[in-house]
Design a protein around this ligand. Structure first.
Ligand SMILES: NC(=O)c1ccc[n+]([C@@H]2O[C@H](COP(=O)([O-])OP(=O)(O)OC[C@H]3O[C@@H](n4cnc5c(N)ncnc54)[C@H](O)[C@@H]3O)[C@@H](O)[C@H]2O)c1
Length: 420
């Protein structure tokens, strides 16, 4: 039985805790979360004694090694400090992405894990999702020959972007990560995972066009609920995003009630009240966001393979589209439909159906599978090749850092080889 501790019981930590509680080979033995009411609610839910629940990370790490492994699901800029302490204490780690917004910290963690002979698996959950698994199977079968290029598009969705990247936790680079790392490390990882080719050079452009103070319409207010004159016509009005159904929208961010209110089981009334003063209640034109809304990365990979990645806030839905070009055929699909097409040149076109239901599960089913793979790896020694270990992650994270270098300098950047 794998004993697991979790630090950070926000959206991600709670999902992993739930998945662990369903896994018969693992047991949650300790929790650390600074929000005391959330901590207490989860301590009770998982049947743990008071002594296993820590509201301070200092006290948690001072208690020594409490489990075989730890899940680190705190915010981006806390990962490094928490992971260093966890490795020093002797934990194997399931680490939320990004490893760190500072590349040198990613490398430091890698070297310490290697020295301590501990495993660090990074939560690149797409790898574990049935949609991407099915594509990988087709690629491995050789059906489309050798990969020549990939075009990947991350459509964040206007409502999701406004929640996370304008009002929320990933809006400001100095407090979190650039959006190409925060949102698209998954896409860069998938490109590396599918091609097996490292990026050798790239250029990148990005822009901020909409969520800027100069676009605030006359009559708009600092908070949507302050009596904004644009309630009816603004698609970002908090009522549409968080709780009120309209003819054209359903409030997709209603699932984030805990995040907005800070309460474990908030009611709609509490949500509405919180939105009067919470950062999530702000006018999207009057926030302090500075991350890119739109960015394109144009990559040259090893062996003449090419890849492009488009990240955009400006889509109706939140989904990814992938087009893989091979020497003998192509694969084309999007993950929200739960199916993709495989066309073999001079041969048939087949549609591979993964099922729309998986599209509704957390990260298309990837959240469940990553926990299963992580537990199987540590408890049974089963090393599924899709496990995204820290070593591989350094490669795809590096591409995101280079994309930022290129975007800021306006130049093509060439990747230097390192000896990790
Ligand atoms: N793998 C994915 O697809 C995916 C998706 C979304 C977010 N993430 C990443 O997961 C991480 C967590 O994201 P989230 O959406 O769950 O955020 P969140 O803000 O909901 O959760 C973070 C939790 O950590 C707690 N916390 C912060 N500092 C702490 C400390 N010092 N000690 C104890 N608890 C502390 C907070 O109170 C909060 O409950 C982020 O790094 C994010 O980038 C990954």
């Amino acid at each position: 039985m794998l004993k697991v501790a979790i630090i950070g019981l926000g959206n991600r930590g709670r999902i992993y805790a739930y998945q662990l509680s369903k896994n018969k080979d693992a047991r949650i033995v300790a929790l650390c979360e600074k929000n005391k009411s959330v901590l207490e609610s989860k301590r009770v839910a998982f049947g743990l004694p008071q002594s296993a629940a820590y509201s301070s990370d200092k006290e948690f790490f001072a208690a020594g090694k409490l489990a075989d492994a730890i899940i680190i699901a705190t915010q981006d800029r806390d990962h490094f400090g928490h992971a260093m302490q966890a490795l020093e204490a002797g934990y194997h780690i399931l680490l939320e992405k990004p490893v760190s917004p500072v590349y040198e910290e990613c490398e430091t963690l890698y070297h310490l894990a290697k020295k301590k002979d501990l495993q660090v698996v990074v939560c690149h959950v797409l790898r574990y999702a049935p949609f991407y698994n099915a594509i990988k199977k087709v690629l491995d079968s050789g059906a489309i020959g050798e990969i020549v290029g990939i075009n990947q598009t991350e459509n964040i969705g206007y409502w999701h972007y406004s929640h996370s990247y304008v009002r929320g936790n990933w809006r400001k680079e100095s407090e979190t990560s650039p959006s190409i790392l925060a949102k698209c490390c998954h896409d860069l990882d998938i490109i590396y995972y599918f091609t097996g080719k490292k990026c050798v050079s790239l250029n990148s452009n990005g822009s901020r066009k909409l969520f800027l103070p100069q676009n605030a319409p006359e009559g708009s207010t600092a908070y949507c609920l302050d009596g904004c004159a644009h309630r009816a016509d603004c698609p970002f009005d908090v009522r549409k995003i968080y709780y009120g159904v309209t003819r054209y929208t359903i409030p997709k961010m209603i699932v984030n009630k805990t995040l907005v209110t800070g309460k474990p089981h908030a009611s709609i009334k509490e949500l509405k009240e919180a939105l009067k003063t919470s950062p999530y209640g702000r006018c999207v034109y009057r926030s302090d966001n500075d991350v890119m809304e739109n960015q394109v990365v144009n990559m040259k990979l090893e062996d003449g393979v090419t890849a492009t990645l488009t990240m955009t806030a400006f889509s109706k839905d939140c989904f990814r589209r992938i087009h893989i070009y091979g020497t003998q055929g192509e694969i084309f699909g999007n993950d929200k439909d739960g199916k993709f097409r495989v066309s073999v040149f001079g041969g048939p076109t087949k549609t591979v159906k993964v099922g729309r239901l998986t599209a509704l599960l957390g990260h298309l089913g990837g959240d469940r599978m990553i926990i299963r793979d992580f537990v199987d790896f540590l408890e049974k020694g089963i090393k599924n090749p899709r496990l995204s270990l820290l070593e591989t992650t350094l490669e795809s994270h590096k591409t995101a850092f280079l994309a930022e270098e290129s975007r800021k300098s306006g130049k093509t950047v060439v990747k230097e080889e390192t000896n990790n």
